[in-house]
Design a protein. Structure first.
Length: 131
C-alpha cells in the first residue's frame, strides 16, 4: 500500500466571514484536503463548518477539537449530524476530553471521513463518563 500524505489547514485567525470563506475556497482550489476550525478567536466550530459547507464542494471539514465538558453531548451530536448532512458527508470530528486536576485538555480525534454517519457520538458517553 502506498504511503499517502494528506494536507489540511487550521484557520485560527478572527477573519471577517467573507475573508474566512474565501480563504477556505482558495485552500480547496489549491488542493488542501481538509479545513479544521478550532473553537478559538470567537468562532463556534459547528456553525463555522456549516457555513463553509455551503461555500465549498470537496474539502473535508473538521472540528479543531470540540471540548465535550463545555457542551451537552446531545447538542454536539445534533450539530455534528447537521454539518455532516450539509457538507455531503465531509465532516471530520475532533473531540476533547477533560483531564484531572489543573491539567488543560487531552485531545483525541476521530479522523475518519464521514465519521458522524459511521461512528455515532452518543454511545461514547459511557466510555467518557457523564457530562
Amino acid at each position: 500500500m502506498a504511503d499517502v500524505q494528506r494536507t489540511g489547514l487550521a484557520l485560527r485567525d478572527p477573519l471577517p466571514w467573507h475573508d474566512f470563506a474565501q480563504a477556505v475556497r482558495t485552500a480547496e482550489e489549491a488542493g488542501y484536503e481538509a479545513l479544521f476550525a478550532p473553537e478559538i478567536a470567537g468562532r463556534e466550530a459547528f456553525s463555522t463548518l456549516a457555513g463553509v459547507a455551503g461555500a465549498t464542494e470537496r474539502i473535508g471539514l473538521g472540528t479543531g477539537v470540540v471540548a465535550l465538558p463545555a457542551r451537552r453531548l446531545s447538542t454536539t451530536a445534533m450539530a455534528a449530524a447537521t454539518v455532516q448532512e450539509l457538507s455531503g458527508g465531509r465532516l471530520v470530528l475532533g473531540l476533547g476530553a477533560d483531564r484531572p486536576a489543573g491539567a488543560r485538555w487531552t485531545a483525541f480525534a476521530v479522523v475518519s471521513w464521514g465519521c458522524a454517519r459511521r461512528c455515532p457520538i452518543v454511545p461514547w458517553r459511557k466510555q467518557m463518563g457523564s457530562g
